[in-house]
Design a protein around this ligand. Structure first.
Ligand code: PLP
Length: 452
């Protein structure tokens, strides 16, 4: 093998995203407007999203053109490298080939820029002056802050308190990119003030931060909301990852038996796996296995129910048909903040229902053990979220060794971990804890699902 890093030329940057809605076994159930007691209409969504985004959300066209200014902005870091992890393979002494797509090379440090750039562009096109959003670990906020700066839009970020305190430099990065950042629950919104009055030490959650951002948008002129995961258009923007990886694997003369990505709301998993699942749906790769790695502390696909639920903790959003642990569920304060979300993308949920995606749970310390092994073999420091995918990739490579089979494994390194070193300190000092699955809290949260 001549090179372990497979680089695509800028001219080979994909010109279209892949929309898996064209190939699903059955159409998605629509989002539901619980206040009106009917499915949500495009008009319902126009209060918070630009029209083009709503069109993409509901589209069943298989390919959608990537606008030229978005492709130009992508070129700051794309195409991203695909790397064969030969040092990790040697360390594991496995016959498996392990490839990883490195999304940690984006300026904001994660795959989230792929959708942030697109969303900022469409908002700009429709005259939006200000975008409010939430962020968990800070990667989405950083990505959107950078994208808004690029297209001249004001950016306001509600950052989940536990991460705001664990990752102060994420806040600094967003501020460098020109964003205004609030710790959520904040005193900026009614939702935030109510939570703070009842529970001043509340650690926040993504669901709560989404509620604050949406309330902010509804109360401010010329403002729109932007979501970093879960929704169909975000999943579609992320398919640039899998589409590039496919071209790169073709150059290497390979095709994966197993595709792995971690799952918070589902966007990097979707982006990595959908272009390959397309081949399975079209009957070309019947044996392809797609694995979503989720934290044991927040296992919506493995232990949740498939039901209509709100995307945020206060019930501002339309209800989505998805695997959920209940919108009021507050997961334990694991370091992989991007995976602390109660629900999973409706698209991924539909694929899980049809057994086209296998969920696997990973405990926090197992994830960090895998991350340290990866850093010591491949030299790259992974984000704690990505570490969940690495853990599963290592397990699959060891399984291949036991079975004496050569498997080709592809996983997505969704981000780098340079802002997460305090989490690594916590792991290396031996003080990191695992959170057991909180079944009682989940049972309680599931009693609050909307009745539809
Ligand atoms: C946000 C994030 C995730 C989880 O979100 P998804 O939408 O499920 O991809 C995973 N990895 C990193 C690095 C993130 O920033």
């Amino acid at each position: 093998m001549s090179s372990k890093k497979i680089i695509l030329d800028e001219k080979d940057l994909p010109k279209q995203w892949y929309n898996i809605q064209a190939d699903l076994p059955e159409p998605l159930e629509p989002p539901y407007n619980t206040r009106a007691g009917r499915p949500a209409t495009p008009e319902d969504l126009e209060a918070i999203f630009p029209k083009e985004i709503i069109k993409q959300e509901m589209s069943s066209e298989r390919y959608i053109d990537i606008p030229e200014p978005v492709r130009e902005a992508y070129k700051i870091w794309r195409p991203s490298p695909l790397v064969r992890a030969t040092n990790l393979e040697k360390f594991l002494d496995t016959p498996a080939k392990i490839y990883f797509k490195n999304e940690g090379v984006s300026p904001s440090g994660s795959h989230k820029s792929n959708s942030a750039i697109a969303q900022a562009f469409y908002n700009k096109e429709e005259g939006v002056k200000r975008i409010a959003t939430e962020t968990g670990a800070g990667q989405w906020g950083s990505a959107l802050a950078m994208a808004c700066q690029k297209f001249g839009i004001e950016c306001v970020v509600y950052m989940v308190k536990v991460s705001f305190e664990q990752k102060p430099y994420r806040k600094s990065l967003m501020q460098v990119y020109g964003a205004q950042v609030f710790s959520s629950p904040s005193s900026q919104t009614e939702t935030g003030r109510k939570v703070l009055t009842e529970d001043p030490d509340n650690q926040g959650s993504l669901g709560l931060a989404i509620s604050e951002a949406i309330e902010d948008v509804l109360n401010n002129k010329n403002s729109k909301y932007s979501l970093g995961s879960v929704l169909n258009h975000v999943a579609m923007h992320q398919t640039i990852i899998g589409l590039e990886a496919k071209k790169q694997l073709e150059i290497a003369g390979d095709y994966p038996d197993i595709v792995i990505a971690c799952l918070g709301g589902g966007s990097n998993f979707s982006g990595t796996a959908f272009p390959f699942i397309m081949d399975k749906l079209q009957g070309k790769q019947p044996n392809l296995k797609a694995i979503a790695a989720e934290p044991s502390a927040c296992p919506k696909l493995s232990k949740g129910v498939l039901a209509y639920d709100y995307g945020d903790s206060s019930g501002f959003t339309p209800a989505l048909k998805m695997y959920t642990l209940g919108h009021t569920f507050m997961p334990g304060g694991i370091h992989a903040g991007g995976l602390r979300y109660h629900g999973a993308s409706p698209l991924v949920s539909a694929l899980v229902k049809h057994n086209l995606v296998d969920p696997v749970t990973v405990k926090q310390r197992e994830a960090f053990e895998a991350a340290v092994t990866f850093a010591r073999t491949e030299g790259i420091l992974p984000a704690p979220e990505s570490a969940h995918a690495i853990r599963v990739a290592i397990q699959e490579a060891l399984k291949a060794k036991e079975e004496g089979k050569s498997k080709t494994i592809l996983f997505n390194l969704s981000g780098n971990g340079y802002f997460d070193l305090s989490a690594y300190d916590n792991y290396l000092s031996g003080s990191m804890v695992d959170y057991e699955y909180p079944s009682e809290k989940v049972c309680e949260a599931l009693t609050h699902l909307p009745k539809i």
